[in-house]
Design a protein around this ligand. Sequence first.
Ligand code: NAI
Ligand code: MG
Length: 394
Amino acid sequence: MSKRTIVTMPGDGIGKVVLPATLRVLDKVGFEADYVHADIGWEFWCKEGNPLPDRTIDLLAKHKIGLFGAITSKPKAETVKELDPSLLDKGLVYYSPIVAMRQKFNLDICIRPCRSFANNPLNFIRRGPGDTIEEPMVDTVIFRQNTEGLYGGVEWTDPPKNVLDALNSHPKFKNFADTPPAELAVSTRIFTQKACDRIVGGAFEYAKKFGYKSVTICEKPNVIRETSGMMLATGYRIQKDYPGIEVWNTNIDAQMMWLTKNPEDYGVIVAGNMFGDIVSDGFAGLVGGLGFACSANIGEEVAVFEPTHGSAPKYEHLDPSIVNPIAMVLSACMMLDHIGETEKAEKIRTAIAEVVKEGKVRSYDMLKLRGGPDALNQGAVSTDKMADAIIEKL
Ligand code: NAI
Ligand code: MG
């Protein structure tokens, strides 16, 4: 097989630390690739007035696969303060390069696997019968629709007249008709059949490939009849092509209540943008949180793999770095799965599982320590030492 080209985007803060550590792991497992660096993040907003330069978009369009660390975003007032003085008065407005990347390449499928590693001190535990303690092994993969729904950005405060007219045509709008428009805020929840087909279809394919027995549509179709209803109907229709896999239907509120009751029962879960955001953070919390939370953003052509965490500015200048690289390494495993290198991905996941199980090498988050230089004196290992431990197992 010819060598792959992977676009590496470390971004800001700890993205610059966890990405290089991850490349060492990929190297050790024998994954051969050409890596091309691409600029993204706060630094390029400040220097060029653009956090996602066109050259980065071009590289992604050309090579299709991106490994991304994290970026820093700051409140509006600070975006202007840190801009290079020569760029002031050009009317530049900061935007999130992640959202822009998702929109530019229509990365509509977000996958967030949440799997417990045995002997991870951060695993969720609960009381069992009598005085027993249960530690359920969670193995749930959330498929979140990444581009539509409540985060689609179609919203108004003080809606224009044509929007009000449209709203007034709906009988249920009677309850709001007397509210002065200036006191009215409207955010729409738009679902398309195409996106529902892609996210649900992707979820069933994943369940088949990795042996999950159920796909749960986690929405609220009893109340949000049109959009949640479309997702659920899509689930029932697509399930017919996957006779070995059951389709389950849960409501997002009940699902969050069951989160701590029986998380081990769920395989693949599909949800719209906001519910997917909520349910995936919930499940990630059961299996170790930000140090373990990996993700993939997959479009029809381009796919970008990234840890869920941000740039953790608190630790940006800590040398050696103490942050846990596992979330980034697991994101790289998702990349390997995506390009058909599942065996190498499994090898890395097994190596991580061995390190966690053995318990000799722990990052500060796993030891529940306060982050800071002192963590290393208290038994935590650095980012690089954690990567070394994984590499040693390989
Ligand atoms: P964050 O995820 O950067 O960090 C929050 C805290 O989580 C850290 O202070 C640290 O205690 C812990 N943490 C994060 N990653 C960790 C790791 N690998 N190992 C161990 N502990 C870890 O979120 P925060 O502080 O809300 O945002 C910081 C910056 O990152 C902001 O500018 C924000 O806009 C940006 N951000 C970027 C994201 C991305 O690039 N996808 C996602 C979330 C935030
Ligand atoms: Mg989130």
